[in-house]
Design a protein around this ligand. Structure first.
Ligand SMILES: C[S@@+](CC[C@H](N)C(=O)[O-])C[C@H]1O[C@@H](n2cnc3c(N)ncnc32)[C@H](O)[C@@H]1O
Ligand code: SF4
Ligand code: SF4
Length: 343
């Protein structure tokens, strides 16, 4: 329990600091690089050239700006974050300041887990299908085997969740991914692929997507270890298939590109193109002068990092249990949940 205190008490303290009205980011995402060792069909990032990446000192400068803005949760991704040799130093600095997570394709995880485990509050490993389907979507043979090997190496050391991106190619494997997560004793998070202009158009649509989301909602209600809330699935189904919109609050989530520039208004609409350097601006002032109004009715993406904080309300007891209490339980459970034998 001592381990929990800094993370959760700090989040409560920052929310007090953020108080007094006005808009402020709570969650931040940061791409450490665009380079990657895989070539996923739906992903635009590995196709981009990296400019000069931030040094560890510049990463710290960025983190201190985020602290001043009131951010509590920092997630690192890319490209493939485990390709950065200085990742443990960066994570150590982040862990002192934020609830810290990493999203990885898992290929290098078995060899790097010892270096990064002490600084992680949550580790996401991407899996988009079982076996050959995952390899085909990820563009490189043995990707599935390496990701599962990485999950096995990491589970029990840090809280692990499978991160699965639903595309037009893999909807029939969504339930199998849930079963795999249960067998491995980890949680699972789903996101719906977005059609970036410079990647394969694999965004799912139509009745097949609706049925897939409805099935995941049923599994969630039956107790499957799916991280997204019921409200998440219900909101996507309602907005895309019943014309009932949810209100997007993109100001709750902030993204910073590999050069330290803020991505406004959100990850998807700007295709991760940054503008102002995070340390050059007063984030709280920018957040409260930026015109967010045109984006509140957007509903174009289903990225959980925007949708979940947008939906959160302190008046819904289920949400409080799922977002506050369940993560604490998962935190404690992560060291003891056994892997089930294959059936
Ligand atoms: C861009 S990757 C970076 C981290 C790491 N390379 C990985 O694959 O986990 C982060 C997440 O974005 C997902 N992703 C890739 N292309 C996407 C798309 N077009 N729409 C939504 N998510 C996507 C990936 O599946 C992965 O779970
Ligand atoms: S999704 Fe991740 S692993 Fe796949 S190409 Fe993009 S950055 Fe690399
Ligand atoms: S719904 Fe629209 S404004 Fe909100 S995060 Fe997605 S793309 Fe951005």
């Amino acid at each position: 329990m001592a381990l929990l205190r800094p993370v959760f008490l700090r989040s409560i303290w920052r929310s007090v600091q953020r108080g007094g009205g006005g808009k402020a980011p709570i969650i931040a995402g940061h791409k450490l690089l665009y380079r990657c060792n895989l070539e996923c069909a739906m992903c635009p990032f590995w196709r981009r050239e990296d400019e000069n990446l931030l040094t560890v000192e510049e990463e710290i400068r960025m983190m201190d700006s985020l602290v001043r803005a009131g951010v509590s949760f920092l997630g690192f991704e890319g490209g493939e974050p485990l390709l950065r040799r200085d990742l443990p130093e960066i994570l150590a600095e982040s862990h002192r300041r934020f609830h810290t997570s990493v999203v990885t394709n898992g290929w290098l995880l078995r060899n790097r887990i010892d270096d990064i485990a002490p600084y992680l509050d949550l580790l996401f490993v991407s899996l988009d299908g079982i076996g050959e389907l995952h390899d085909r979507l990820r563009g490189i043979p043995r990707s599935f085997e390496k990701a599962v090997e990485g999950i096995r190496a990491a589970r029990g050391r840090v809280p692990v969740a499978i991160s699965s991106t639903i595309t037009s190619e893999n909807m029939d494997d969504a339930e199998k991914i849930v079963t795999l997560a249960q067998r491995l004793g980890v949680r699972v998070t789903f996101q719906v692929a977005y059609n970036y202009s410079t990647a394969g158009s694999l965004a799912p649509a139509g009745q097949h997507l609706k049925q897939t989301l409805e099935r995941l909602l049923v599994l969630k209600e039956q107790g499957a270890p799916i991280i997204e809330s019921r409200e998440y699935f219900a909101s996507v189904i309602n907005s895309w298939f019943r014309g009932v919109p949810w209100r997007c609050k993109p100001w709750l989530t902030m993204n910073v590109d590999p050069q330290g520039r803020i991505v406004l208004p959100c990850y998807t609409l700007r295709e991760y193109g940054g503008s102002e350097y995070v340390w050059d601006v007063d984030i709280r002032q920018l957040w409260n002068t930026f015109n967010w109004a045109p984006y509140e009715g957007c509903n174009k993406c289903a990225l959980a990092c925007y949708l979940e904080p947008s939906l959160f309300t302190w008046t819904n007891p289920t949400m409080i249990r799922e977002r506050i209490i369940d993560p604490i339980v998962a935190y404690i459970d992560s060291s003891v949940t056994p892997e089930l034998p294959a059936t």
